[in-house]
Write a protein that binds this ligand. Structure first.
Ligand code: NDP
Length: 322
């Protein structure tokens, strides 16, 4: 069983930034990349809101850059998935699908996963730039002058629908019930917005596509319409749209820590305000696993930096940094 000063779980922007700072602090971190190496950005296409790339960068390319950058400073990355994290006693014990490791400090950067509709096609098109997304802040810009749909009835759906009216000519909000879950204030704002059309008691049964040619001559499958099913009378209808935003919630990847670390009612880890510290000394959390509000690559990266600095200071105070 090999021992490490710092183990980092996860390789999204939070995990990689934590690794960058930890490795530059001579902590030689060991990083487990998990089942989705590179995290959620590897399933997006163009990223235009990450500072430093004035022409934008593809999500997978951005994550490759981050990976290469941390390797330059002595981070070890293992293509292993953590199956168990024992945080009850120090050194902490981390078990993966291939081995067992111990660490003085653990940085959790396991992220969150967008929930998809369960019809397959939505998730598939989100990965291939087919006009489906789970992040309006990231992708809204691509739908200027277009007609789109948002699925969901919670705060995220209403916030995203409202935000998307800045770009789209019309936003169709599709909700499976006749009442929104979103807070009253947000509901009122959306209900007054003339660009938002509500489709009550409707579920998305299917996503219809067309093959189009890009300006580069590449053939891609793009969304053209949704098949909706009325959840009351079962009738089907078709809705023509150029884009679909799925906003039915996110699932923080925290099952490894159940019963060990406090979580809010949605399962997000709770950290001390303004830090990355969890209630277990030596265990830090960063990125989307502890943030359901901002959920941006750049905020995740910032919190990864905080976690590495918190870990380094804590290790130094224990006399474990050298
Ligand atoms: P929520 O879980 O609150 O809402 C999910 C919505 O999606 C619900 O309306 C639900 O319908 C619907 N839904 C779930 N699964 C499906 C499905 N398979 N098919 C169709 N519809 C589905 O998630 P949110 O992401 O909206 O919010 C998460 C948390 O973040 C909340 O606590 C929220 O308050 C908070 N938040 C706060 C914001 C703010 O204050 N500015 C902004 C964004 C989020 P149903 O209602 O029928 O269950």
């Amino acid at each position: 069983m090999s021992h490490h000063k710092v183990i980092i779980i996860g390789t999204g922007p939070a995990g990689y930034t934590a690794a960058l700072y930890a490795s530059r602090a001579n902590l030689a971190p060991l990083v487990f990349e998990g089942a989705q190496p590179g995290g959620q950005l590897t399933i997006t296409t163009e990223v235009e809101n990450y500072p430093g790339f004035r022409a934008g960068i593809l999500g997978p390319a951005l994550m490759d850059e981050m990976r290469e950058q941390v390797l330059r400073f002595g981070t070890t990355i293992k293509s292993e998935t953590v199956t168990k994290a024992e945080l009850g006693a120090r050194p902490f014990k981390v078990t993966t699908d291939r081995g067992e490791y111990t660490a003085d400090a653990v940085i959790i950067a396991t992220g969150a996963s967008a929930k998809w509709l369960g019809i397959g096609k939505d998730q598939q098109l989100s990965m291939s730039g087919g006009g489906v997304s789970a992040c309006a802040t990231c992708d809204g810009f691509f739908f200027r002058g277009k007609e789109i749909a948002v699925v969901g009835g919670g705060d995220t759906a209403i916030e995203e629908a409202t935000y998307l009216t800045k770009f789209a000519t019309k936003v169709n909000l599709i909700h499976r019930r006749d009442k929104l879950r979103a807070s009253k204030a947000m509901q009122e704002r959306a209900l007054k917005n003339e660009k938002i059309v509500f489709h009550w008691n409707k579920g998305v049964e299917d996503v219809l596509t067309a093959t189009v040619e890009t300006p580069m001559g590449e053939k891609v499958e793009k969304i053209r319409a949704l098949v909706l099913k009325d959840t009351v009378d079962g009738s089907a209808s078709e809705l023509k749209v150029d884009g679909l935003f799925v906003a039915i919630g996110h699932q923080p990847n925290t099952s490894l820590f159940a019963g060990q670390l406090p979580m809010d009612e949605s399962g997000y880890l709770q950290v001390e305000a303004g830090s990355s510290r969890t209630p277990i000394e030596g265990v830090f959390a960063c990125g989307d696993v502890q943030d359901h509000v901002y959920r941006q690559a750049v905020t995740a990266a910032g919190s990864g930096c905080m976690a590495a600095i918190d870990a380094e200071r804590w290790l130094a105070a224990q006399g474990l940094a050298d």
